[in-house]
Write a protein that binds this ligand. Structure first.
Ligand SMILES: Nc1ncnc2c1ncn2[C@@H]1O[C@H](COP(=O)(O)OP(=O)(O)O)[C@@H](O)[C@H]1O
Ligand SMILES: [Mg+2]
Length: 311
């Protein structure tokens, strides 16, 4: 097991008739971050809660730092840090008192001052939790997860609902934890977060892995240089046939939404040039034309036909 901080094989979890997690495997190498990426309801929380020992799988095996929940639960608890999707902190105590409470659960831990320093809340030590902003409360729950000097950190949607600045603050904390050799498993439905923080992404949908690998490796499988999105005016999208679009140089794939068309292309310049020619011939005017480098969102779209967010 050397080099593997976390390993799960064949995880299954059912809630009545619903199979929330349906035969999921994953492996996180020591010192890296793995992002479990998927839309709401994909089974991310159920998976992470099984790994954290909070929910018992119906099938499958889990090894955390080479240990099992059945045999060595207390030892695992001492060595992992957990931030739940919706951690409700007690509002009528201060940041410092919150950390003192969490510290009391562990045999070994950092000082409260050090934990506050890591999440840059030193000047909030004596403030009541209820007076902290959403981003500050999220950093405080991270400090609680880090108080025991864990070597493995579980984060369930650590930045959902935060503004961009607060999100970057959380990313900085995770990056600094990693730079000291820590291992991270996080769940997110923000592809930017997965791309920024993780060496490995596992994209899940309906309790199954649908793609995995490095962010660039997963994106590379689209074999697209860019994604071209066009919004023709006045119902123009209907007048363009898939066969015509696929006949343009470099166009690999055509996807349609209400009034827009998305192309995966291997040669942006040739494809866009030819596309504009085709639109000109057919007298179709454009509302907008955008191109972007392919992202994990495009991979998800390609595999499921749906968006990661609001799916
Ligand atoms: N305790 C539970 N009882 C019944 N259904 C549940 C329970 N927990 C989760 N689910 C269902 O399992 C599926 C996966 O949920 P969850 O793991 O929370 O997904 P995610 O974290 O990816 O949004 C959803 O359909 C959800 O409604
Ligand atoms: Mg969740």
């Amino acid at each position: 097991m050397s080099g593997t901080a976390l390993q799960a094989r064949g995880l299954v979890k059912r809630f009545g008739d619903l199979t929330a997690v349906n035969g999921l495997d994953l492996e996180v190498r020591t010192g890296t971050c793995l992002a479990l990426l998927g839309p709401n309801g994909a089974g991310k929380t159920t998976t992470i809660e099984m790994l954290e020992g909070l929910t018992r799988p119906d099938q499958g095996t889990i090894k955390v730092l080479g240990l099992t929940w059945a045999g060595q639960a207390q030892e695992i608890r001492e060595r992992i840090g957990v931030q739940l999707q919706e951690t409700r902190l007690t509002e009528k105590i201060t940041a410092k008192e919150t950390l003192r409470l969490f510290k009391s659960f562990y045999a070994q831990s950092r000082s409260i001052e050090e934990a506050l320093g890591i999440v840059k809340l030193e000047d909030k030590a004596n403030d009541f939790v209820e007076t902290l902003s959403g981003g500050q409360q999220q950093r405080l729950t991270l400090a609680c997860a880090l108080i025991s000097k864990p070597s493995l950190l579980f984060l369930d949607e650590p930045t959902t609902g935060l503004d961009p600045q607060a999100r970057r603050n959380v990313w900085d904390i995770v990056e600094s934890f990693k730079s000291e050799g820590g291992t991270v498993l996080l769940t997110t439905h923000y592809m930017e977060e997965a791309e920024r923080l993780s060496e490995e992404v596992v994209i899940v949908d309906e309790g199954r892995v649908i793609a995995e690998g490095s962010p660039q490796g997963v994106i590379g499988r689209l074999e697209a240089e860019s994604i071209v999105e066009l919004h023709p005016r006045d119902g123009g999208a209907q007048r363009l046939e898939d066969a015509q679009l696929l006949g343009l140089p470099g166009v690999r794939d055509v996807r349609r939404a209400a009034a827009s068309i998305t192309l995966s292309v291997t040669d942006t310049q040739a494809s866009v040039g030819a596309l504009l020619g085709l639109l000109g011939e057919q007298g179709i005017a454009l509302e907008t034309l955008q191109t972007h480098a392919p992202t994990l969102e495009d991979v998800f779209m390609d595999l499921t036909g749906r968006h990661l967010r609001d799916a």
